[in-house]
Design a protein around this ligand. Structure first.
Ligand code: 3PG
Length: 306
């Protein structure tokens, strides 16, 4: 028996679940669903006999991997796989994958939705500002960054990008201006949209020194991870600079510390960037297809562990 378990504390849209189930059953595998689970014990129980696991931001710790005695593959239906314990996967012969690019447009659209809401003072009846003509810096020019660039261009923004892993030629070919350093990006752009992954190197890397380089009226848009922000530095900066705004698709650890900043911050209560029916279908179905292709053909194209 090959059981494919979809374990998502934050559920996919029903249409996505239906399509994932169809892919799994078409391959001759069993399908199981665990949604909105309240505690880890439910997940530990559900994975016991699963051969394959599809998750979102759900934490796949060593405890989960070790409880899943039949597990061969776990796919994070999404981009960032900082929620998977890759060493535990490797140690237990479990292949770990992500589905890069599948939910990127949804994340980019949310970044603009949040920027416009902030620029228009949360639609409170007062005069706001426009995005057209403003400079936006894309910090990490991957799948989401590319969509952010295209939307920004459509809105008439001047688009800059910094990414040490992407050539200046590639960035220029998209009509985007590459800059040589992260400091240059932050000092040039009133808006910065953050798309770096959460790794030991990037953790808390968005700190006071960097943020304080942003011009007057600076707005940081974070649809990446809260871990990359140095939260104490952000609070210090917002205390010192009454012009600075912070928008995040994830609540910070200490929400109450941001309360005094009034309309200069906005957080989604739950990570919402990839929460569209389209993104759920794209990422969920890609995950199911990757599982089928791995189990039947050994395809490890999207493997992220060693
Ligand atoms: C990702 O890394 O793909 C996004 O952060 C989406 O996360 P989610 O699946 O928990 O919405």
């Amino acid at each position: 028996m090959t059981k494919v378990l979809v374990a998502t504390e934050k559920p996919f849209a029903k249409a996505a679940v239906d399509q994932i189930e169809a892919v799994v059953k078409e391959a001759g595998f069993d399908f199981a669903l665990l949604e909105k689970y309240a505690d880890k014990a439910e997940l530990l129980d559900a994975v016991k006999d699963a051969s394959a696991l599809i998750v979102r931001s759900d934490k796949v710790t060593s405890e989960v991997v070790e409880a899943a005695k039949e597990l061969k593959i776990v796919v994070r239906a999404g981009a960032g796989y900082d929620n998977l314990d890759l060493d535990a996967c490797t140690a237990n012969d479990v292949v770990a994958m992500n589905t890069p690019g599948q939910n990127s447009n949804a994340v980019a659209e949310l970044a603009f939705g949040m920027m416009i809401a902030m620029a228009r003072n949360a639609y409170n009846g007062t005069a706001g500002t426009e995005l057209r003509g403003k400079k936006i810096g894309i910090h990490a020019y991957g799948n989401v960054g590319l969509y952010v660039a295209k939307i920004a261009q459509g809105m008439g923004m001047e688009v800059y990008a910094f990414d040490p892993f992407v050539s200046a030629e590639k960035i220029k070919a998209d009509g985007v201006t590459p800059v040589d350093s992260v400091e240059e990006l932050y000092s040039t752009c009133q808006y910065v949209s953050l798309h770096i992954p959460a790794t030991p190197q990037t953790k808390e890397s968005i700190n006071f020194d960097l943020l304080s380089k942003m011009p007057k009226g600076g707005v940081l848009v974070n649809t990446a991870r809260k871990e990359v922000i140095h939260e104490a530095d952000m609070i210090k900066l917002m205390n010192e600079r009454e012009d600075f705004c912070y928008i995040s698709d994830i609540a910070p650890d200490n929400k109450n510390d941001f309360a005094p900043f009034g309309g200069r911050f906005f957080f989604t209560p739950k990570k919402m960037g990839a929460q569209t029916a389209e993104a759920n279908i794209n990422a969920g179905v890609a995950a199911a297809n990757q599982i089928v292709d791995f189990i039947k053909n050994g395809n490890t194209t999207f493997k992220v562990n060693k």
